[in-house]
Write a protein that binds this ligand. Structure first.
Ligand code: ADP
Ligand code: MG
Length: 579
């Protein structure tokens, strides 16, 4: 146990499905448990029956019973104006605010585990996140009372966790990250402690959840063949089957055969069905054939973009919980002709890397020889015109600082007037990878005055300086006059100002959260109630009895009685779920 007086910088993996928080202790990453004793905190927020907000495991347990009161997968909407409504009380929350709630819960968990306040953090984001999404993540952390020391790309963090930057030769690595709902492929080049992103590709609609769904479909088709009512005919019932398939899928990563078990599944017409279906790994993999095939395309695309053949890759890293599936390991081995690295728990590697990066930031002696630089996650440039016959076509994108450039970096390019007598040059700054500006994101613009003259006579040097905090400085120098103008772009669109952050922070402080120490009880209750809804007959009565005793104990506020009853609920839920 480390309860030193110094507050460490923590590393946070803010995931679509699960989030984690970790610190480096004596050179080793240590994951910190949440209020219910688990390392993986579901990225979920739910409005409880009493109007308090639940974050994490308790919220995730309510996703099937209270879908309209529960928000999931909000990371997908980071950086957009979308709002999610929780319940009918009219509480509308942005992806930023919801993420802030998850981050605040992680912060409290870390404080409870370490016994010191936690303020500074390194937070990871997908490599493809653009500036707006990164700023939204940073703002979420600030709303949660965290100061973001650094935003790090998830694949970079994974490579650090595996110590790839320590190898004393240049190497190329591919990170395959299959999470709950996303698949990200990143090609990295690692040289003298510098980790550069060469290319990234992915499928934002392909993840472990799809494998569970495919297995549930397989079960439904089986039962249909047996001339039984359709398992898909009732929404609640189908949610149960999906959960049973999820559990079976996880077991199949370890064993060759298992059963998909869901007692008393409601189906159309008020009937109930006992689902208990044996399934082999082979059968499951047949059902996943289409999904496995879909994993191939992004891998080949990322390799193609980096100009690499599979055999030129030195290491393949598997991260994301869904890479525990043997078929994914096999696919990776087949494509690359080598065994992938998977010695670290795949859902924990990113958080571990973030913790190491945090310690580095802190100047921790145990990581002093580690040099990691960041790279620009996207291309930055300005709008220009290109000659087209006797005319000029506006709207072409002229990159100045290319994606993948090691930052901090400074790049300069010269631009000239296009028309006779032109008095000003417009500098419109864009970020993105498309050749036309309209497909990229505009992040600022201004005008530079130039002396009149014939076309092409006057020119301007445009210098882009990009730092590790994602702040871009655009400096222009008019060649003929030496006049310098500076534009600092930290106020990109969608980015929250310190005032906005303060306002969001105050708004969050007004919301009522379920107290952290009561979360184990809330989680057990939510898990029990979720199951109670689905059962009938004696099993329902049995669970109802245990739940009633638990509620009575909670009312009585006697700690030992509460603990005993909670344990009883959890044990019974576990037993009933197994059928
Ligand atoms: P995120 O999407 O937040 O990055 P994770 O990397 O934690 O999430 O991945 C979550 C996914 O991993 C879920 O779809 C889950 O079903 C899957 N998963 C976790 N453990 C296993 C396992 N043992 N076998 C197969 N899939 C698993
Ligand atoms: Mg992840």
């Amino acid at each position: 146990m480390n309860a030193g007086t110094r507050s460490p910088i923590v590393g946070i993996d803010l995931g679509t499905t699960f989030s984690l928080i970790a610190v480096l202790e004596q050179g080793v990453p240590r994951l910190l448990p949440n209020a219910v004793g688990e390392f993986l905190t579901p990225s979920a927020v739910s409005m409880g029956d009493d109007g308090t907000l639940l974050v994490g495991a308790a919220a995730a347990a309510r996703a099937t019973t209270h879908p309209e009161r529960t928000a999931l997968a909000f990371k997908r909407d980071m950086g957009t104006e979308r709002k999610l409504r929780l319940g009918d009380g009219g509480l509308e929350l942005s992806p930023q605010e919801l993420s802030a709630m998850v981050l605040a819960a992680l912060k409290r968990d870390a404080e409870a585990a370490l016994g010191v306040p936690v303020v500074e953090a390194v937070v990871t984001v997908p490599a493809y996140f653009d500036d707006v999404q990164r700023q939204a993540t940073r703002a979420a952390a600030e709303i949660a009372g965290l100061k973001v020391e650094r935003i790090v790309n998830e694949p970079t963090a994974a490579a650090i966790a595996y110590g790839l930057h320590h190898r004393d030769r240049e190497l190329r690595a591919v990170v395959l990250d299959l999470g709950g709902g996303t698949f990200d492929v990143t090609v990295l080049e690692i040289m003298e402690g510098v980790i550069e992103i060469q290319s990234s590709a992915g499928d934002s609609r392909l993840g472990g959840g799809d494998f569970s769904a495919a297995l549930a479909e397989w079960a439904a088709a089986r039962r249909e063949q047996a001339r039984e009512p359709d398992l898909r005919s009732d929404r609640q019932g189908w949610a149960r089957v999906l959960q049973a398939a999820e559990e079976a899928k996880r077991r199949l990563s370890e064993v060759e055969t298992t059963r998909i078990v869901a007692p008393q599944v409601p189906v159309r017409g008020g009937a109930r069905l006992d689902l208990d279906l044996p399934v082999t790994r082979e059968q499951a993999e047949e059902a996943w054939a289409g999904l496995q095939e879909r994993l191939r395309a992004p891998i080949l695309r990322a390799l193609g973009d980096a100009g690499l053949a599979p055999h030129q890759v030195d290491e393949v890293l598997l991260v994301g919980g869904a890479t525990r599936m043997p078929c994914v390991v096999r696919l990776a081995a087949q494509i690359f002709g080598r065994l992938p690295l998977r010695s670290l728990p795949p859902d924990e590697a990113v958080a571990m890397g973030a913790a190491i990066q945090a310690a580095l930031k802190e100047g921790d002696a145990s990581v002093e020889d580690l040099v990691v630089t960041d790279v620009a996650p996207f291309t930055l440039g300005i709008e220009t015109a290109v000659p087209f016959g006797r005319q000029f076509m506006n709207g072409a994108f002229a990159p100045i600082l290319e994606r993948g450039t090691v930052i901090p970096a400074s790049r300069v390019q010269q631009f000239s007037t296009l028309a006779d007598g032109q008095e000003a040059i417009r500098i419109a700054v864009y970020q993105g990878e498309h050749s036309l500006c309209r497909d990229n994101r505009r992040i600022g613009q201004y005008q530079v005055r130039v002396p009149r003259g014939p076309a092409g006579e006057q020119s301007v040097d445009v210098r882009f300086t990009y730092d590790l905090n994602g702040i871009l400085e655009v400096e222009t120098t008019v060649r003929s006059t030496g006049k310098v103008a500076l534009l600092v772009l930290e106020q990109t669109p969608g980015r929250m100002s310190p005032k906005d952050v303060e306002r969001a922070r105050r708004a969050m402080a007004k919301l009522k959260f379920h107290p952290r120490e009561a979360l184990p009880n809330a989680t057990a209750l939510a898990r029990g109630e979720a199951l109670y809804l689905e059962l009938t007959g004696s099993r329902r009565d049995e669970l109802g009895y245990v739940l009633a005793r638990f509620r009575a104990a909670l009312d009585g506020q006697e700690a030992t009685a509460i603990d005993a009853c909670r344990l009883q609920v959890l044990q019974l839920v576990d037993a009933l779920r197994r059928g």
